[in-house]
Design a protein. Structure first.
Lengths: 154, 165
């Protein structure tokens, strides 16, 4: 799991591709903040990184994941316990998504306990506030890449 | 200094601006939050929603600028609205149009300017979402996409107000 502490610049090893070759992924974007969500979605779409489905709550996400599969999930941990529960359901194969669907999350803070929980849930990226749209786009770009075997949970 | 050009369609442009019924109205959170967001995202000291009136530019929303308006002739935004693309001056001191501009030679000592034209659905460009820094800067492709997306949100708010009223 990679942790990005904004406002440091984008890591050079994983730049946001200006013109990605691969087709855009179907992304479920769960973010309550309107401006952040709308900007990330618009730019990800413009850059053909992803076709984001924008929603604001974990409850909406849970309902949607029973109906549709997505290639990746990007969610805010503002509703931490509900978000962890949802990710557990995804990993258990209790939704329409593949159980190993790539997931990235944002959070205001991260305790050791939360970090371990996210690692157990095979969360690929954790972005801590305050962060920038560029950091989120970088994380979405990383969700498009296959995860190295060495990073997969035992 | 090169004075801001007057577009050939300025009369229609001003008509569209005035029909928005937004000039000289109080600040509104829906615009304020966009300039705050842009200032934070790009680490810019000054971000404005600037509407270009006949003789002045008037700021509907601002971060880092106390004045609520300035003259059109010496405005950067007056240049930006002359075309629909993103208008960027990376270093005003090196640009013959702006090196002796009063906003460059004096406060706020503009060096970098980026203006995204606010183009209404009917084609009229009524102003800009603009960012200013007192040091030379550049915007990469991702920055430009983010900035354009924020501009689109400002246009949506202008248009939604137009429909409501």
């Amino acid at each position: 799991m990679a942790v990005i502490h904004a406002p440091r610049p984008l890591p050079v090893h994983a730049p946001v591709p200006a013109t990605p070759v691969a087709p855009p992924i179907e992304l479920l974007l769960i973010e309550p903040q309107f401006l952040l969500r709308r900007t990330v979605a618009a730019v990800a779409r413009d850059m053909r990184l992803a076709n984001p489905k924008e929603i604001t709550t974990i409850e909406q996400a849970a309902a949607l994941l029973c109906l549709h599969a997505f290639d990746a999930l990007f969610l805010s941990l503002d509703e931490e316990s509900a978000a962890l529960e949802l990710m557990m359901r995804v990993r258990s194969g209790d939704t329409r998504c593949a159980p190993d669907v790539p997931i990235a999350v944002t959070a205001a803070a991260c305790s050791t306990e939360l970090a371990l929980r996210l690692k157990e849930l095979d969360v690929r990226r954790l972005i801590l506030r305050p962060f920038k749209v560029k950091g989120v786009l970088d994380a979405i770009a990383a969700l498009r890449q296959p995860q190295p075997e060495s990073h997969k949970p035992a | 200094m090169t004075p801001a050009p007057i577009p050939p369609d300025d009369e229609q442009r001003l008509k569209a601006l005035r029909e928005l019924l937004i000039l000289d109205t109080p600040p509104e959170e829906r615009f304020d939050r966009v300039v705050r967001f842009a200032a934070q995202e790009f680490e810019m000291p000054i971000v404005l929603v600037s509407l270009v009136d006949a003789k002045r530019q008037w700021f509907k929303a601002s971060v880092g600028m106390d004045a609520c308006e300035s003259d059109r002739e010496s405005s950067f935004c007056g240049h930006a609205i002359a075309q629909p693309q993103l208008f960027v001056v990376e270093d005003a001191l090196l640009d013959e149009r702006f090196h002796d501009n009063p906003f460059v030679a004096g406060a706020p000592n503009v060096r970098f300017y980026a203006g995204a034209p606010l183009q209404l659905p009917d084609g009229a460009i009524v102003g800009t979402l603009c960012m200013i820094d007192c040091r030379p800067r550049a915007l990469d492709a991702v920055d430009q996409a983010i900035f354009a997306s924020l501009r689109d949100l400002v246009v949506s708010e202008l248009v939604s107000q137009e429909v409501v009223q």
